[in-house]
Design a binder for this molecule. Structure first.
Ligand SMILES: C[S@@+](CC[C@H](N)C(=O)[O-])C[C@H]1O[C@@H](n2cnc3c(N)ncnc32)[C@H](O)[C@@H]1O
Length: 292
């Protein structure tokens, strides 16, 4: 069987298993290609004529094993391959942190649209998980200093592996911190993808999400406990011209309703995704009373 034929069989199996997509791909074909190319070590961009390549029996059985795990255990492909792509960079990925998928990737690649007046010198990636947001920012801006902060030591272990993978240890540091409790600096930019799923929503999420650490997803009864704490405290950790960019996903509606007077800037994305807000240090300070 050749690669294209094998991918077709995987698509059929994924379709009948009614998998959930959203950890890097959006449909069964893309998911099958991601898995098959990943297992075979095929480069998406440089490989031509891959489709007709005949699979060896060894490759076939390796692929079968991963496909079976994807279906029977609902393990996201990134965890099966131990790698994920974010903002054009490859990262180690495993169940110590969420599979990278934040639309903040597009912001990094577009120089943060026109939100920043100048290049940031210092960036905090708060709730960093495996560090994809902060490390991609460090790769994008050659001289920026980045701190990666997370409460979970396991996630920080993965972040450290990613710092080493990208050889950015001289500019990127990890800090174990409950939000800002162990942060003692001011930053030009705080990027943050905190947990924002309500306990109720979490219960009905597809099984794929249950493979990820719950601490990275669930956040109290309404999903807003940590985002609101971040809004309350962030001004104290930003330079005067600094900016907070934070993802709150589906909780955006509730947040905007609860704080009607706050002029959240909701960012738009060409590659999909929503629920990412931007507020300047001055706005955060001006409206800090609202978040109490
Ligand atoms: C949605 S994940 C984001 C991971 C990564 N930034 C990304 O975009 O893929 C949220 C992260 O917040 C961390 N977290 C949860 N509660 C926290 C807290 N109180 N302080 C700091 N980090 C926390 C979790 O450990 C998890 O790694």
């Amino acid at each position: 069987m050749n690669v294209a034929q094998y991918i077709e069989t995987v698509v059929d199996r994924f379709d009948s298993a009614e998998l959930h997509y959203g950890h890097g791909t959006e449909n069964s074909f893309d998911e099958a290609v991601y898995l098959v190319y990943g297992v075979l070590g095929i480069d998406y961009e440089t490989s031509i004529d891959v489709a007709n390549r005949i699979l060896t029996s060894d490759e076939h059985s390796k692929l079968d094993e991963k496909v079976e795990k994807r279906i029977s255990q609902r393990i996201p492909v990134a965890y099966l391959l131990n790698e994920a792509w974010f903002a054009g960079f490859k990262f180690f990925s495993d169940s110590r942190a969420l599979v990278p998928r934040s639309p903040i990737a597009e912001l990094i690649q577009s120089n943060f649209q026109s939100l920043l007046l100048t290049k940031p010198n210092t960036v905090l990636d708060l709730c960093c998980g495996g560090g994809c947001i902060g490390i991609s920012t460090a790769k994008h801006y050659e001289s920026v200093q980045v701190d990666l902060a997370d409460f979970d030591p396991a996630a920080l272990g993965l972040a450290l592996s990613n710092i080493n993978l990208h050889d950015v240890g001289s500019r990127v540091k990890i800090i174990q911190s409950d939000l800002f409790s162990a942060i003692y600096s001011n930053y030009d930019l705080i990027l943050c993808n905190p947990p924002y799923v309500s306990a109720q929503e979490y219960k009905i999420l597809p099984d794929e999400f249950k493979q990820e650490p719950a601490i990275g997803l669930v956040c109290g009864d309404d999903g807003l406990a940590l985002p609101v704490r971040i809004l309350r405290e962030a001004a104290n950790y930003l330079a005067h011209e600094g900016m907070l960019i934070m993802e709150v996903g589906h909780s955006a509606k509730l947040l905007a309703q609860r704080f009607e007077s706050v002029p959240f800037l909701w960012l738009e994305f060409n590659r999909g995704g929503s629920g990412v807000l931007a507020l300047s240090q001055q706005q955060l300070q001006q409206y800090s009373g609202e978040f109490n």
